[in-house]
Design a protein around this ligand. Structure first.
Ligand code: NAD
Length: 274
């Protein structure tokens, strides 16, 4: 499978579809990530919080795939926010991964109650300048958090990774990102168990195109221009989730999915998550 890439504002290319490893235990991460690489994924999304950078890095290093063909993302946890603590946390993540650079390093949440995301962002800009992160970005930032980074540092994130699926389509954030050349990356792209995959409109589109509901939802993201990182530990679903580049949703399919917005989150609210 050939996964298309998006050109980030940092000048690097990011595969539009990758593999998420949230809630995969460290001792299962090596086998799970190896299965994903076997299926053709080249982009992997982990985080210090997930506790599986070690097992993930092992799979990447032992895959035999040239480092330049892989795209590795990890994230800074909230308790490490602050300039010096962020620099240290990044070193620790690289060491656990067993890599000498990552492709993308993200601030996991704005954690506005801590009010440290601007100084944290300055540290990430330094990490980017050092070459040890090819691109730096944020996760779960709302438009006012992004605007504050732009106003106070002048440095735009390459990526904003946010909760985004047919129940929470985030039109305003997606528009803000696009206006500032920030790529929008969807976490919980399948809506993790909030019924999207059972929705009649999604099922109808799946039957029409001879694909599965999960493939329809992932294809919807791809056609909107989002980066997606579906997660599964089931080998057949790992393969299914990357097999979305041989069909196209039409205008009717897209309009029906657009009607599925309910504003319902599956994860925490970025304004109160600390
Ligand atoms: P997801 O939408 O990818 O859903 C995953 C779940 O959907 C699986 O556990 C499985 O139950 C089901 N599923 C997967 N493939 C399927 C298929 N083909 N058919 C039917 N069911 C299927 O949700 P997620 O795991 O929460 O998100 C994906 C990734 O996003 C995570 O692994 C992580 O890397 C990232 N993430 C980031 C944040 C953040 O704050 N930045 C938060 C949550 C998740």
């Amino acid at each position: 499978t050939q996964v298309p890439t998006l050109l980030l504002n940092s000048g690097t290319e990011m595969p539009q579809l990758g593999f998420g490893v949230y809630q995969v235990p460290d001792d299962e991460a090596t086998a799970t990530v190896s299965a994903a690489l076997e299926a053709g994924y080249r982009s992997v999304d982990t985080a210090a919080l997930y506790g599986n950078e070690g097992g993930t890095g092992k799979a990447l290093r032992e895959s035999g795939i040239p480092r330049g063909e892989l795209f590795v993302t990890t994230k800074l946890w909230n308790t490490d926010q602050g300039h010096d603590t962020a620099l240290r946390a990044f070193d620790d993540s690289l060491e656990r991964l067993g890599l000498d650079y990552v492709d993308l390093y993200l601030v996991h949440w704005p954690a506005p109650g801590r009010d440290r995301y601007v100084q944290t962002w300055r540290a990430l800009a330094e990490i980017h300048d050092s070459g040890r992160a090819r691109a730096v970005g944020v996760s779960n930032f709302e438009t006012d958090h992004l605007q504050r980074l732009l106003d106070e540092t002048g440095v735009a994130p390459a990526v904003n990774q946010i909760e985004l699926h047919p129940r929470l389509q985030q039109p305003e954030l997606r528009r803000f990102d696009a206006e500032h050349r920030i790529a929008t990356e969807a976490w919980s792209p399948l809506g993790r168990g909030n019924g999207v995959l059972d929705d009649p409109a999604v099922r109808r589109a799946a039957a029409k195109h001879g694909k599965t509901p999960a493939q329809v939802v992932l294809r919807w993201h791809i056609q909107l221009g989002n980066v997606v990182i579906p997660k599964s530990v089931t080998p057949s679903r790992i393969k299914e989730n990357i097999d979305v580049f041989d069909f196209e949703l039409d205008g009717e399919d897209l309009r029906e999915i657009q009607r599925l917005e309910t504003g319902t989150r599956v994860g925490p609210d970025p304004r109160t998550m600390d």
